[in-house]
Design a protein around this ligand. Structure first.
Ligand code: SAH
Length: 234
């Protein structure tokens, strides 16, 4: 169904996210590359090299290193400075840190090699005049982590950050939203259509069963990952 129930009103503050990182409550982080990105990498890259790829709400996603090693330029944004520092240190990547003049309190952490640039600020502080536009997006644990009341704002920003004809791989999750408060939040397909349908061709590429012990403990009896490909046409 498309009813997201009480999740509509739920708000997780930046402070709460920072807290999760501080105490290591980061069950969303995966040590292995996401199987759906491995499987659909060609769809994202379209055979092109040297792309600018955006990782919204990036955490310390290991796929950033993987894509950078392939020769792409990776840009991420994340509120937790700890997450970004952990990313560089866990991959033994030297980096430098600089202020972002356009964003009050904003910082940018960049690998010394220059191909990974991670902004430490809220995604809502970004604009294409600060970060430019992107050829591709990997959105896993991002739209589903955005507060439901902020989805429209998030989608408009993403649309602004995308080059024409660029590809956006979006992973959402599907489960009974009356049984777990989230995040990750349940995002119905109807909502993907209303958020992105005016600017994108939307294709559902795959639904995979991702049910595990963790989800059982959340009180759920099914949990799916749903992969969409958004192609920016407008
Ligand atoms: N995409 C990553 C992280 C998912 S968890 C992965 O797949 O592992 C969501 C992340 O978004 C958290 O690390 C949280 O700190 C960050 N976050 C939450 N709200 C944010 C915001 N408004 N701007 C930037 N980052 C945010």
């Amino acid at each position: 169904g498309s009813n997201i129930g009480s999740q509509k009103e739920r708000v997780v503050t930046e402070e709460e996210w920072l807290q999760k990182w501080e105490v290591g409550n980061i069950g969303f982080h995966k040590e292995q590359r996401h199987p759906l990105l491995q499987k659909y990498l060609d769809v994202l890259l379209n055979g092109k090299s040297g792309l600018r790829i955006f990782f919204p709400l990036c955490g310390k996603a290991v796929e950033m290193k993987w894509l950078a090693d392939m020769g792409h330029n990776v840009v991420g944004v994340e509120v937790s400075e700890q997450a970004l520092k952990d990313f560089f240190s866990e991959h033994s990547l030297p980096y430098c840190e600089e202020p972002v003049p356009e964003i009050s309190g904003g910082k940018m952490f960049q690998s010394t090699s220059g191909n990974i640039s991670l902004y430490c600020c809220s995604i809502y502080d970004l604009s294409s005049s600060i970060v430019g536009k992107f050829d591709g997006v990997w959105d896993r644990g991002a739209l589903v982590a955005v507060n439901p009341c902020d989805r429209q704002r998030y989608a408009s920003l993403m649309i602004n950050l995308m080059e024409k004809n660029s590809s956006y791989l979006l992973v959402t999750v599907s489960y009974d939203p009356n049984k777990h408060k989230g995040p990750p939040f349940y995002v119905p397909e109807s909502e993907i259509k209303s958020l992105f349908g005016s600017c994108c061709e939307i294709q559902c590429l795959e639904k995979v069963d991702d049910f595990s012990e963790k989800h059982k403990q959340w009180g759920l009896d099914y949990f799916l990952e749903v992969l969409y490909m958004l192609k920016f046409v407008a």
